[in-house]
Design a protein around this ligand. Structure first.
Ligand SMILES: Cc1ncc(COP(=O)(O)O)c(C=O)c1O
Length: 397
């Protein structure tokens, strides 16, 4: 029999999706499943975006430019400048989601066996992208006790070797909800300059900050223009996950020229979705004001409800729409599966993402889950009620 690659064998399963077969079993039994496991918002996509594709009159659905529509890149640059980010059209390549932008960033800056330092817990697919790129993830632990703040710079420095090429951060964080302060960003800037590293900042949740906190972008740090690479996406900003549009941004001309070769190899980003994404830039501010108010409300509800459960520890997220919760159980993987396979409260159960998959250090985060607050308030309240009962039943087994 022909053999599967080692790389293929090493590709990790997504902790967010691996329990899907069990949720399907629960649904077949007629149980309602509250999906707290996945960052699929229930927020409506802006009408301007949907109308743009409804009204489109295309005779030939052709390839676009490998860097994306020029009209879209121009408007995106204007959008960033309006938001205080000095990004020119030439600094942008449109990609098939932030996911492809991450692959281009790794492909353009790292060789096989090079190392990338990532504060953990981190977005689980960073493991997948790194494996696909042949890159080694070197985790630096951030803890629930500090709310997942940036680990001390000395912890990063201890891990830097001749193979280290980049530091990857997610800001605001998925799964932690942590928002790096300007001071933390400046510390990282100093570090990457000192060691000649790239600083890749995944900023796909940039708009989602609460309590008046302001997001400080990697593109705003003076003096690291050659080091900084920003990853962006329309998925969350406009609740357009299915569009599959994102971008890679950098002032470093060599990085962009290299990323462009990857972009050419895959020909172009999707045409219809670029039309929708370009139109989405016309979304009125009132849309974001409403969405942010809604998420803040959901966050406050979720955190308050979780804190009511004895033995649960949770860090208050400052941005994005996730939190990590420590539960009074021994193994979140087994618990999450049991919730779907063997438990229901009046025909309802919840699906959570076991957090161990968001760490690359083995044995860490075993009693933690990631919860996405992408459901409406009543559903969040009901979900936590189910979770509370379930923990009691599980521990009494
Ligand atoms: C932190 C982070 N980066 C990147 C992505 C990928 O997003 P996209 O849909 O743009 O590929 C996600 C999706 O959930 C994410 O949470």
């Amino acid at each position: 029999m022909p053999k599967i690659s080692n790389k293929g064998k090493q590709m990790p399963e997504s902790p967010i999706r691996k329990l899907v077969p069990y949720s399907e079993i629960a649904k077949k039994k007629g149980h309602k499943v509250y999906h707290l496991n996945i960052g699929q918002p229930d927020i409506k996509t802006p009408e301007v975006a949907m109308n743009a594709i409804k009204n489109v009159d295309i005779k030939v659905l052709e390839y676009s430019h490998s860097a994306g529509f020029e009209s879209y890149r121009n408007k995106l640059s204007a959008y960033y400048k309006n938001h205080g980010l000095p990004i020119d059209t030439a600094d942008i390549i449109i990609t098939t989601g932030g996911s492809e932008a991450l692959l281009f960033a790794m492909g353009s800056t790292m060789d096989t066996d090079d190392e990338i330092i990532i504060p953990e817990p981190f977005y689980a697919n960073y493991n997948g992208f790194s494996t696909a790129s042949g890159v080694k993830v070197v985790p630096v632990i951030s803890t629930i006790d500090t709310g997942f703040a940036l680990p001390p710079i000395a912890d990063f420095e201890k891990l830097i070797t001749s193979k280290t090429k980049a530091i990857l951060i997610c800001n605001p964080g998925n799964p932690t909800g942590y928002l790096y302060s300007k001071e933390e960003m400046m510390q990282l800037a100093e570090l990457v300059k000192k060691h000649d590293l790239f600083l890749i900042a995944d900023e796909v949740y940039r708009e989602f900050t609460y309590d008046g906190d302001v997001h400080y972008s990697v593109m705003n740090i003076p003096g690291i223009e050659e080091n900084a690479i920003m990853i962006d996406s329309v998925s969350k900003r406009y609740s357009m996950c299915g569009a599959r549009i994102g971008c890679i941004v950098s002032k470093n001309k060599e990085v962009m020229a290299t990323a462009m070769k990857f972009a050419q190899a895959r020909l172009s980003p999707p045409t219809f979705a670029q039309i929708a994404s370009e139109a989405a830039l016309e979304t009125p501010q009132s849309y974001f004001d409403e969405v942010i108010t809604e998420y803040k409300d959901r966050r406050d509800t979720l955190i308050a409800e979780l804190n009511e459960i004895e033995g649960v520890k949770v860090a208050n997220p400052k941005g994005a729409f996730y939190c990590i919760a420590q539960l009074p159980i021994d193994n979140a993987d087994a618990f999450a599966q049991w919730l779907l396979e063997s438990y229901d409260l009046n025909g309802e159960t919840v699906m959570v993402a076991p957090a161990a998959g968001f760490y690359s250090t083995p044995g860490v985060g075993l009693n933690e889950v990631r919860i996405a607050y992408v459901l409406k308030k009543e559903d969040l309240i009901r979900s936590v009620e189910i979770l509370k009962e379930a923990i009691a039943v599980y521990n009494a087994k």
